[in-house]
Write a protein that binds this ligand. Structure first.
Ligand code: ATP
Ligand code: MG
Length: 723
């Protein structure tokens, strides 16, 4: 058969999808089965074979990067540029439509997009103008409420107050916020989608124009569309459009942001006669990796159910490494990365994945020390994150009041009523008198400012002085801990309801971990805080690879969706971290975490390492955890456990006689440990030793604690007392 080149490298099921007649089509298939590839080929097929104009196509991807990649792939298949093709994210496409039809959308031509920080500032100003107490009505909660309503397609007049006065108040804030945005021509992210939907819904002519124009609607990652995105799509498709959507119910991981996997069912009801194509052959991963992923996801009850197989070789087993702690874990990952690079592989073909943003810090530190270029994909490196810079600015100011950039960064963060005008006054005073902002602040507070502004400035200066006094003499970690709380930063970010606020708090707490693990260099002869601050500054300025440079990819599992790498590490596979603590008790939450695990595993093409640590210092706390239940869900035959090398030498500090009451256990030493011995742990209380293994620094014991249950502990860290 003479097949056109466009479909020559597709399997039968893929070909069936790509060449399907112009009818609504749903491709539902597992990871790595070629969904994205089918979408790209479908676009090329329509243009090249069906003679569809590129202008009649609308393609939706999940990220801007994916959009650029898709355009490139279509162009290379067709061997010509496709400039008129509308391809982008839902937000990007909605924005484009609003720019073209600003008048019909009821917007000024020069409307501005505001990001989430701008939105929050606006809400704060609103509360102030209404003279409303922002501790009673928290701006972040209002923001969250407004965005959630918009994601559901609701305007204030559509929302039922359910007879609840608080809810009525929220609705009224939404109303006022909307008026301000409308007056100023401001459009937030959620508004882009909602407005674009209303634009089509309320303009029959425009709608029919676009319905005629975009006959073919192609959507990737369909399982993660939210209500307003779906509604927009539904409207555009009308009665004669041909939606062609691809997705995987097992990879729905954005429920917390309003995504609804139910849209897969809804689609089939809304478009009767939908052609459903299933792709079952996986081309990405070895059989071992694929079978492991299949086995894990099989534990989820709510699934459409599908079968994935591969013709590929079995490949290597999945290697599970049990680290003693997060540093040992990072050392292990970096050792393996070194080997991989030494073998002549590209760094960019390797990815290190983790559940929580804050986990990147220890990995970054190791990579910097090892001189391995890396990039944090879809995010900033630890010491460059805004909240970390905020906390460091407080610490810097404590160390040196004349640090102007730190002063400016935090003088009004969290907001304390020091406005731009006051700051400008300080600047000009500082310029005129050639002094620091700090001195300028002191001077103008007592002369030039009105009572309210003067009080705010004085309160800020008193706060810094008080912090400086209170942290004097404390350990470095306690200094950091004190400052992130006392500055109000932790509370400030806590008010942010979404995952973003939570991530920021976690990062701040992780800074305490960083301080705890920081080992000052005695040769430096600096105060530990000063040395820590220089360390942070250097780390922020260093290491991030240039865009063109070949580098290891670090990212959260959420950001890894749709991507693939020959070598993948999944770090921090511990119950409580992954699955995340707050999901464990909730069956829906746990299933979403398991889907995320499925996404993680299926990113790997050839080699997959899974690591967990028995003890982890994260977010400023020491945790002792069990390996993730997801590891146990991988059948044994696919797993090879890597046992850490056993060290014979005894660590110095455990060999020293203890001066405390009782005595520390010295593993493998003359004190020995007896099974059945009673021990006491600072956090877990009293228990009995059940088991022991290993020697020296890596010796571990299993202890049955009376209240905390059974745990494996590393002796050199656990500081057990015998009695
Ligand atoms: P995900 O669910 O992770 O988004 P996907 O279903 O979109 O995965 P793709 O990324 O399109 O899968 O494809 C996975 C890999 O398999 C890619 O490297 C792709 O080029 C390759 N692939 C897909 N189909 C074929 C095929 N018929 N022949 C050769 N390689 C293929
Ligand atoms: Mg894909």
């Amino acid at each position: 058969m003479d097949v056109t080149p466009i479909i020559s490298d597709l399997n039968d099921a893929q070909r069936q999808a790509v060449t399907a007649p112009s009818e609504p089509t749903l491709v539902i298939a597992g990871a790595g089965s070629g969904k994205t590839r089918v979408l790209v080929h479908r676009a090329a097929w329509l243009i090249d074979v069906e003679g569809v104009s590129p202008q009649s196509l609308l393609a939706v991807t999940f990220t801007n990067k994916a959009a650029a990649e898709m355009r490139g792939r279509i162009e290379s298949l067709l061997n010509l540029p496709v400039n008129h093709l509308w391809i982008g994210t839902f937000h990007g496409l909605a924005h484009r439509m609003l720019r073209r039809h600003w008048r019909e959308a009821g917007l000024p031509q020069s409307f501005q997009i505001i990001d989430s920080d701008d939105q929050l500032r606006l809400l704060k100003r609103l509360l102030k103008s209404l003279e409303i107490d922002d501790s009673r009505w928290v701006p972040k909660e209002i923001q969250w409420f407004i965005n959630a309503q918009k994601d559901e397609g609701l305007r204030p007049q559509h929302i039922d107050d359910e007879g609840d006065p608080d809810r009525r108040q929220m609705i009224s804030f939404y109303q006022s916020y909307e008026e301000i945005c409308q007056r100023g021509g401001l459009v937030d992210f959620a508004e882009l989608l909602l407005r674009a939907h209303e634009l089509l819904r309320d303009n029959a002519e425009l709608l029919s124009h676009y319905q005629r124009r975009f006959r073919h609607l192609l959507v990737d990652e369909f399982q993660d569309t939210n209500a307003i995105q779906y509604a927009w799509l539904r409207l555009l498709a009308g009665d004669s459009g041909v939606p062609f959507v691809v997705g995987d119910d097992d990879q729905s991981i954005y429920r917390w942001r309003g995504a609804r996997v139910e849209h897969i069912h809804r689609f089939q009801q809304d478009f009767p006669g939908t052609r459903v194509v299933k792709l079952e052959q996986n081309y990405r991963s070895t059989a071992t990796i694929l079978n492991a992923a299949n086995a894990v996801i099989a534990n989820n009850a709510s699934r459409l159910g599908k079968n994935l197989w591969t013709e590929g070789a079995d490949g290597e087993p999945i290697k599970v490494y049990s680290a003693y702690n997060e540093r040992d874990e990072a050392d292990f990952v970096i050792g393996r990365l070194r080997d991989w690079i030494a073998q002549g592989n590209a760094r960019a073909d390797s990815a290190v994945l983790y559940r929580s943003n804050a986990q990147s810090r220890v990995l970054e530190e190791g990579l910097i020390n090892a001189g391995i270029p890396y990039r944090v994909y879809g995010g900033l490196r630890f010491f460059e994150r805004a909240e970390i810079k905020d906390a460091l600015a407080y610490l810097r100011l404590i160390a040196n009041r004349d640090d102007d950039s730190s002063f400016e960064r935090v003088v009004n963060k969290p907001t304390r009523g020091i406005g731009a005008r006051t700051v400008e006054l300080m600047r000009s005073y500082a310029r005129a008198n050639a002094c620091s902002m700090w001195r300028a602040a002191g001077a103008i507070a007592s002369n030039d400012l009105n009572g309210r502004a003067a009080n705010a400035v004085t309160a800020f200066m008193t706060l810094i002085e008080r912090m400086a006094r209170e942290v004097r003499g404390l350990d470095l970690e306690d200094q950091v801990d004190h400052v992130i709380h006392m500055s109000g930063l932790v509370d400030f970010f806590k008010k942010d309801k979404g995952e973003k606020g939570e991530t920021r708090v976690e990062n701040l707490l992780e800074l305490v971990s960083a301080a705890k693990s920081f080992e000052p260099d005695p040769a430096e002869e600096m105060a530990p805080l000063d040395e820590f601050l220089s360390h942070a500054a250097l780390e922020a300025g260093e290491g991030q690879a240039d865009a063109w440079e070949d580098c290891v990819q670090l990212m959260t599992m959420h950001s890894a969706k749709g991507l693939e790498f020959p070598l993948v590490f999944i770090c921090g596979m511990e119950d409580g971290l992954f699955p995340h603590q707050r999901s464990i008790a909730d069956p829906n939450g746990l299933e979403e975490e398991r889907r995320l695990c499925y996404v993680g595993i299926t990113r790997a093409k050839q080699t997959l390492y899974v690591t967990h640590a028995e003890q982890r210092r994260l977010h400023g706390m020491d945790n002792f955890s069990q390996p993730s239940r997801f590891i146990a869900e991988i059948p044994d035959e696919h797993v090879e456990e890597i046992r850490p090398r056993v060290q014979v030498s005894r660590p110095m500090h455990t060999a020293r006689p203890s001066r405390k009451r009782g005595s520390s256990i010295s593993p493998g030493g003359e004190l020995g440990i007896r099974l059945g011995q009673r021990v006491r742990h600072k956090k877990f209380g009293d228990g009995v030793i059940l088991n022991c293994e290993g020697q020296g620094a890596h010796a571990r014991v299993e202890v049955n604690f009376e209240s905390a249950g059974t745990k494996w502990l590393v002796l050199s860290y656990a500081n057990l007392e015998t009695f």
